[in-house]
Design a protein around this ligand. Structure first.
Ligand SMILES: C[S@@+](CC[C@H](N)C(=O)[O-])C[C@H]1O[C@@H](n2cnc3c(N)ncnc32)[C@H](O)[C@@H]1O
Length: 302
């Protein structure tokens, strides 16, 4: 396996400052939920139990034959364990190099290892923050051959679209493609709450609290909504006045204060198309799972 290349912004010191500032604003950026080896391990276990690739695979594999002939690199943005990309590349058996990228070094390495074990030609694993690295296109350019297929699976639900879609769009040249996926809610949110409010999800989210010594409250997982958007949200609610110490920071919370730990937006095919279009991405083809809870969208830059 080629050694991972880590973006210069992802130093332990910079990450500490970013986390402390976010906690002052009562918010945890998604990247801090996957950062440590134990968090990655718990997330991979949860993913395997609650969203196994075998069960969700159909729309991803259905998209595989539509991958344009000119694609030379598949750049996975926020690859996680990389299972979906590996299945796609194995299904089409073409000479495409897989470039796993993620903000989590343990996950990017796990994806590269799994791809190599699965016989996939694998480039340098890249570690960078997709939401923050202004020079991400330059960082990638030495590693990816155009045309690129960017995959962006399961990430749009965790970010407000304005903070992530312009970044994704800015990586693409006019010959590139984007294959993105989103969780959908065809029958309302209540039916799928158990996919979020369960023991493996709580253990994964609580690992963040344990590693940052955040105590004195409890984790609540709720359904939230505004206008035509709905999402699941995990909040840590303090039950007593608490001070969190982090190097030179002391962050104070009053009983009843909350920290937003995690969100997962649920779209419909129509709301997804509208959101992508707003950021210059046109959905050319949509693939849905049989239960219509997973949508995979082939997009071109407009
Ligand atoms: C829900 S998981 C999806 C993983 C994988 N694509 C899949 O579909 O199984 C979200 C992934 O996004 C990564 N991630 C979170 N914040 C990120 C950021 N700011 N930049 C890059 N990756 C990020 C996480 O480390 C994690 O691997």
């Amino acid at each position: 396996m080629k050694p991972a290349r880590v973006h210069k912004s992802q130093t332990p010191e910079a990450l500490k400052v970013e986390l402390a500032k976010s906690l002052e604003q009562r918010y945890v950026p998604p990247k801090f939920l996957y950062a440590s080896p134990r968090q990655s391990e718990l997330w991979l276990e949860l993913h395997q139990q609650c969203a196994p690739t075998a069960a969700l695979g159909a729309p991803y594999l259905e998209a595989a034959p539509y991958l344009p002939k000119e694609i030379q690199s598949l750049v996975s943005l926020g690859c996680g364990g990389g299972e979906k990309e590996i299945s796609i590349l194995q299904a089409i058996d073409r000479d495409i190099e897989f470039i796993p990228t993620d903000v989590s070094e343990p996950l990017v390495k796990a994806a590269a290892r799994a791809a190599i074990a699965g016989g996939i030609c694998t480039g340098t694993p890249l570690v960078f923050d997709l939401a923050a690295a202004n020079d991400a296109a330059e960082f990638l350019s030495a590693h990816a051959r155009h045309s690129c297929l960017f995959t962006f699976f399961g990430i749009i639900p965790n970010f407000p679209p304005p903070s992530i879609l312009p970044r994704v769009r800015s990586l693409m040249s006019k010959d590139d493609y984007l294959l993105a996926s989103a969780n959908l809610s065809p029958h309302g949110m209540k039916d799928i709450l158990p996919q979020y409010d369960n023991l493996p999800t709580r253990r994964w989210l609580e690992q963040f609290l344990i590693e940052n010594e955040i105590t004195g409250g409890k984790l609540q997982i709720n359904i939230c909504g505004q206008k035509n958007l709905e999402w699941f949200q995990a909040d840590y609610v303090f039950e007593a006045d608490t001070t969190i110490s982090m190097d030179k920071w002391c962050i104070e919370y009053k009983s009843g204060d909350t920290i937003q730990i995690f969100v997962s937006h649920r779209y419909t095919p129509d709301t997804a198309a509208a959101v992508f279009a707003e950021y210059g991405l046109h959905i050319e083809k949509t693939f849905l799972s049989e239960n219509r809870e997973e949508g995979v969208f082939m997009c071109r830059p407009q």
